[in-house]
Design a protein around this ligand. Structure first.
Ligand code: GAL
Length: 506
């Protein structure tokens, strides 16, 4: 408590703590700009904003099932109406335009395109996204389109969903329709959003749809099929669409920075490395390196599975053909990053079968860090720069987009100074990664354009740079101070002069 107060005093006084003082410090801002072609955008996802859950032929998704008539959501809310973007998309585009941003990341609801997941396409669902894309282009905004942001068709879940290996072909079929219908106007595609969350929260812990609990087993089956599905969509694009459409396909992975508790202790450095391999490496290693899971995952999970009496490893293996398809299946890497954990080594017991014990590390967050409305989100701007350097080191000079980064509060108040602090210091650390560390960062998408349905938290946690009045059927949107702050950064393409509160370059 005392320390938190002390930190607050430090912030208000804008005093000059420098790097190297443990994991609480605030660097001087770098006054410089991003490369001229840097993309500035905001992000959303279909289930979180669209509403219109059963309109114009849309089929039900696993999130419709997971929310309806259950106690799975804190405030017992659903995405049935959400921000009503199904009807208000033109207004959304104007919000982005008014901010002066160049790009918008949104996702397509699979169930609008293919209500049953496969088979007959739904022309009205296709038309909705054509209208949105046309509106964006007419306003000079580049669409970055996510094919899968967690709203799987319920019809496919009934066939086993991500546990069924056939899903890789179902996903390819859906992706091909999207490439065919929208590919003339969409040049940047993201196959999957955060497959880690789909695996761990959807199929391990069960606090996300479809609510399954196989934390040491199902999670690995599901991740396997997610990676296979991603690669099939990527290959389909490059075989049949890229030559004519000239676009790019990547994947968005979530990753928290893993700060070694004692940076000088090699075992803590190793714990940090292992934590990163088990989080982002789980998905990235095969795609961005060699078509296989990270060596440390293979070794640890194989050994533990054997000791635990499993017939074969809980971590599946890709066939040679799959490996070849997966390896190199990227044009860029999308990163969703929010926070940091402090990590140290601890041998995980084999008595319990759990992904969380497989990596032999433990982690925590420093209670002195600024908190947010989300229990997992502490404000740690230094982590994003370290992460950028780790990614460059691990995967080479791959083009990176920050496809999500943002801060939550409960109030949704318009004078959202905490969110401005967050954006200022995270984005400035990214600028340092670009200018001082030569990281190949191509763009930045703030999460989120507006307050929306925050999954199991319902409408209780707000990440928007616009507030939405969810009590009003018209769902009016109002810009917060952070929207103005981001548009200033975008118009200056960085920090050419002091921007926002606490100036003098700080
Ligand atoms: C991400 C997710 C978003 C959003 C955000 C804030 O994991 O992709 O949909 O909810 O977190 O929690």
């Amino acid at each position: 408590m005392f320390k938190r107060l002390a930190l607050l005093v430090t912030l208000v006084a804008c005093s000059n703590l420098s790097a190297g003082q443990g994991y609480i410090y605030e660097d001087d801002l770098l006054l410089d700009t991003f490369p001229t072609d840097f993309q500035w955008g905001v992000a959303t996802a279909s289930y979180q904003i669209e509403g219109g859950w059963n309109e114009d032929g849309k089929g039900p998704s696993i999130w419709d099932t997971f929310t309806n008539g259950t106690t799975n959501i804190d405030d017992q809310s659903t995405g049935e109406v959400a921000c009503d973007s199904y009807h208000k998309y033109k207004e959304d585009v104007q919000l982005i335009k008014n901010m002066g941003l160049t790009s918008y990341r949104f996702s397509i609801a699979w169930t609008r395109i293919l209500p049953q997941g496969t088979g007959t396409a739904n022309p009205e669902g296709i038309q909705y996204y054509k209208n949105l894309i046309t509106e964006l282009r007419a306003n000079g905004i580049e669409p970055f389109v996510t094919l899968y942001h967690w709203d799987l068709p319920q019809a496919l879940e009934d066939l086993g969903g991500w546990r069924n290996p056939d899903i890789a072909s179902w996903f390819e079929e859906y992706a091909r329709i999207c490439f065919t219908e929208f590919g003339d106007d969409v040049k940047n595609w993201i196959t999957l959003n955060e497959p880690w969350v789909v695996s761990v929260q959807g199929h391990g812990i069960g606090d996300h749809a479809p609510g399954l609990q196989g934390i040491g087993t199902t999670v690995y089956e599901v991740s396997h099929n997610l990676i296979r599905a991603h690669a099939k969509a990527y290959r389909a694009y490059h075989k049949d669409f890229a030559a004519e459409q000239g676009g790019f396909v990547g994947i968005t992975l979530n990753v928290d920075w893993a700060e070694p508790q004692d940076p000088n202790d090699p075992s803590h450095q190793e714990a940090s490395e292992n934590n990163l391999q088990f989080s982002i490496g789980w998905f990235a290693h095969a795609i961005f390196k060699d078509g296989k899971y990270p060596g440390v995952m293979r070794q640890k999970i194989d050994a533990k599975s054997q000791e635990q009496g499993f017939e074969k490893s809980r971590l599946p293996e890709f066939t040679a053909e799959e490996s070849a398809e997966i390896k190199g299946s990227f044009d860029f890497l999308g990163i969703n990053h929010y926070t940091t954990h402090i990590v140290y080594p601890e041998i995980g017991s084999i008595d319990e079968v759990s992904y969380f014990l497989d990596d032999d590390t433990t982690d925590y967050q420093d209670s002195n860090w600024y908190p947010s409305a989300s229990s997992w989100l502490y404000v740690t701007p230094f982590g994003i720069r370290k992460l950028m350097n780790w990614l460059k080191n691990e995967y080479g000079d791959v083009p990176i987009y920050i496809t999500e980064n943002g801060y939550s509060d409960h109030q949704g108040n318009l004078d959202d100074i905490h969110r401005i602090y967050y954006y200022k210091h995270y984005i400035n650390n990214l600028l340092k990664a670009v200018k001082q560390d030569n990281v190949n960062l191509k763009g930045y998408f703030a999460w989120s354009l507006m307050d929306n349905f925050e999954w199991a938290r319902g409408y209780t946690e707000k990440f928007g740079v616009h507030s939405v009045d969810f009590t009003d059927p018209a769902r009016p949107r109002t810009p917060k101070a952070s929207a103005k702050y981001l548009s200033q950064l975008a118009s200056r393409n960085g920090f050419t002069s002091s921007v926002g509160p606490c100036s003098n370059g700080r």
